[in-house]
Design a protein around this ligand. Structure first.
Ligand code: GTP
Ligand code: MG
Length: 238
């Protein structure tokens, strides 16, 4: 059999150990009750493999700097990414685990903020976008306290789509953060209308309305797990 074989759809043997040698017990005989003879085993296979991480998390947070991605991850999981009132606080993805009843877990990634032109590699463009590509579903996080918040969703989707066609169409939910700020709540109806889709409005800081997001996350996760099973693949587990 080829040395790199699949034992099951989700198990891969990259390098086989060598055939074992014969131990002392093999040489046990009536006239030799305590053999000290043995034979060495064969060397195992050695390979140099270049591995590429395909999945970072079930859900990835996509948003401009300062939208509150890290604050939200802190609010829904025990991850502790730094939060600060300036852009690009987060420079590497952080993964937090959301725990549900019945020991179910959903991994959510706080991905560094993307900026307009990311698809042309502006800022840390490609690096950020690659992290997004490695998430099964997306949370578009907008700062509802900024004017015309729908433009954030449009711009984010544009960057994703330019980077990889279809990426912005991954199963997703739009999350409007900072609902605790006075000017934010007022623009929610217009945001829903402009996007023509349901939006989950919440506050990562006060914890208001986190529940609907957690429920939606689970729905997205379960739908993905079912689709994976239907295709004979193992659903992601953390
Ligand atoms: N009022 C209010 N402020 C918030 C909320 N969420 C985040 N903030 C504030 O917004 C600022 C940015 O929050 P972060 O969580 O660091 O934002 P981020 O999206 O992770 O930013 P980058 O890592 O730079 O991409 C901080 O000052 C937070 O305290 C919220 O729900 N309400
Ligand atoms: Mg951050």
């Amino acid at each position: 059999m080829h040395p790199c074989f699949f034992r099951s759809p989700w198990e891969y043997v990259a390098a086989l150990g060598g055939a074992g040698g014969k131990g002392n017990r093999f040489f046990l005989a009536n006239d030799n009750r305590a053999p000290v003879t043995c034979t060495p085993g064969q060397p195992g296979q050695e390979r140099v493999l270049h591995l590429e991480l395909k999945t970072v998390a079930h859900a990835g947070m996509v948003g401009f700097p300062n939208a509150g991605k890290s604050s939200l991850l802190r609010a829904i999981s025990n991850a502790r990414p730094a939060v600060a009132a300036y852009p690009f606080t987060t420079l590497n993805p952080h993964v937090g685990i959301v725990h549900y009843e019945g020991h179910q877990q959903v991994a959510v990634a706080d991905i560094p903020g993307i900026i307009p032109g990311a698809h042309q590699n502006r800022g840390l463009g490609f690096a950020f976008l690659r992290h997004i590509e490695r998430c099964r579903c997306l949370l578009f996080l907008v700062d509802l306290s900024l004017p015309e918040p729908w433009t954030q969703v449009e711009d984010l989707k544009y960057e994703l789509e330019k980077y990889e066609a279809g990426l912005s169409q991954r199963p997703h939910v739009v999350v409007a953060n900072k609902i605790d700020l006075p000017q934010a709540r007022a623009s929610l109806p217009l945001l829903q209308e402009r996007l023509g889709q349901d939006v989950i409005a919440l506050s990562a800081v006060t914890g208001e309305n986190l529940e609907p997001l957690l429920l939606r996350l689970k729905v997205l996760h379960d739908a993905d797990a079912e689709a994976e099973l239907r295709q004979g693949r193992r659903p992601l587990r953390w």
